[in-house]
Design a binder for this molecule. Structure first.
Ligand code: AMP
Length: 188
C-alpha cells in the first residue's frame, strides 16, 4: 500500500473530537510514508486531514472540480492538486490513485464516495479495501443498515470482508495494508 484516499466531511462537525481524530489519521498516514489522496479542499475535516499530513512531512494529492475550487477552498499547500471537470471524474481518479480508502465522519458527499467505491468493487472488480473510522459510533446506523442488507438477503455476507470498522486509525491502516482481496458474486 502506497496511497490512501481519505473521505471525510467538508464541515468540521460540532464535536472537536472529529477534527482531533482526523488530524491523528492524517499524521499517521504521513508517518507511514503513504500518500494521502483526497478531495483537495481546505474546509472542514478534509482540510484538517491534509494539514496534519503536510505538517508531518507527508505527500498530499488532491483532486477537485473546477466548480468546487473556490467553494471548498482548494488547498494551496499540497504537493499535487488535480482539477477535473466532473464529480464522476473526481471519483474515478480516487479509485485509480488510491490503494485503499479510509472513511472518517462526514456528510452525504462522504457517504456517496464510500458507497461508490464499494459498489465499484461489487460490480467492476475494484479490489481495494475500505476502512471506516467509527469515532463516537458515528457510523453505527450505516453499519446496522449493512447488517440488515445481509440479514434480508440483499448483500452477500462475504462482501463485508472488504470493509473494516474501528475506532483506531492505526489498526485500520494495518488492516488496509494487509488486506487480501477475494472476489465474491453480487448475486446470492
Ligand atoms: P460532505 O461529506 O458532504 O461534506 O462532502 C465531502 C466531499 O464529498 C466533498 O469534497 C464534496 O464535494 C464531495 N461530494 C459531495 N457530493 C458528491 C458526489 N455526488 N459525488 C462525489 N463527491 C461528492
Amino acid at each position: 500500500m502506497k496511497s490512501v484516499a481519505v473521505f471525510c466531511g467538508s464541515n468540521p462537525g460540532k464535536d472537536p473530537v472529529y477534527a482531533e481524530e482526523t488530524r491523528a489519521a492524517g499524521r499517521l498516514i504521513a508517518e507511514r510514508g503513504l500518500t494521502l489522496v483526497y478531495g483537495g479542499g481546505h474546509r472542514g475535516l478534509m482540510g484538517a486531514a491534509a494539514d496534519a499530513a503536510l505538517a508531518a512531512g507527508g505527500q498530499v494529492h488532491g483532486v477537485i472540480t473546477e466548480a468546487l475550487k473556490s467553494r471548498e477552498m482548494m488547498h494551496a499547500g499540497i504537493q499535487v492538486c488535480e482539477v477535473v471537470e466532473t464529480m464522476a471524474e473526481r471519483k474515478h481518479r480516487f479509485a485509480e490513485l488510491a490503494d485503499a480508502f479510509l472513511v472518517l465522519p462526514g456528510g452525504i458527499g462522504t457517504l456517496e464516495e464510500v458507497f461508490d467505491m464499494w459498489s465499484r468493487a461489487q460490480l467492476q472488480g475494484l479490489n481495494k479495501p475500505i476502512g471506516i473510522l467509527n469515532t463516537k459510533d458515528f457510523y453505527l446506523p450505516q453499519i446496522q443498515m449493512i447488517d440488515r442488507m445481509i440479514e434480508e438477503g440483499f448483500l452477500p455476507e462475504a462482501q463485508r470482508k472488504w470493509v473494516a470498522v474501528s475506532k483506531d486509525a492505526g489498526d485500520l491502516l494495518d488492516w488496509l495494508a494487509n488486506f487480501q482481496f477475494s472476489p465474491v458474486s453480487k448475486w446470492l
